[in-house]
Design a binder for this molecule. Sequence first.
Ligand code: SF4
Length: 227
Amino acid sequence: MGGRGETNNNRDNEKVTIYPSEIHTYFYCPRMYFFETFIKKRRGFFSTLRLLIGRAFHFSFRLRDITKKFSYEVPLETSLGNIKIRGRPDAFRIDGNEAYIIERKSSKAPYRGAWASDVMQATAYGIIISREKEIDKIKIEIRYPTKRRLFSLDSYLVSNALKAVSDMVLVKHYGIVPFANRGNRCRKCPYREECFLLDENVEVELVEVGEWIKKISLLDPESKARG
Ligand code: SF4
């Protein structure tokens, strides 16, 4: 007979921490999130270079953040039952009952709107701030090198971010293999081999965890596909 520490009930009661950067990965490709969680590979030369360029890009805004009275990279967290969302927004400012969050990306902006992964990462920071600071008006700015895109934190963004968080618990805590968001991104994916092997010989059509992210697009923020 197993001790209390080994029961499934106890496992169900453990807190799972989800980071907004993981939400970014999940909206990019849920399957990649699975690999990053369980078999994270060491970065290659170009990936490390991209990371360093990204850091320099973020750092170049420090002075601006200070002069504009933004807080930058402050650790924040909130609890949702057994889930903790924890992270450091690039920059945010609170004025009375309003908050303004900036999420900076060194990648190229889409022609319109913003990449869902970028907006959902910022949404997670918005959820933390709205819960912990009791603020209900939140603006999100996704700042690309040459463009900035603005969003209001609304029920569409919050519900989709929370839906992803509940999927991610299944992946992170229970090891469920989620949807593979195949596309051009697979060409440079470090998990390409493992990913395609996993789907080899699967002959039935599966409805996979995270498949719904295919329908999320924030390339046209006004679109009623959002509703
Ligand atoms: S190969 Fe493609 S589908 Fe698979 S994890 Fe990488 S990006 Fe996702």
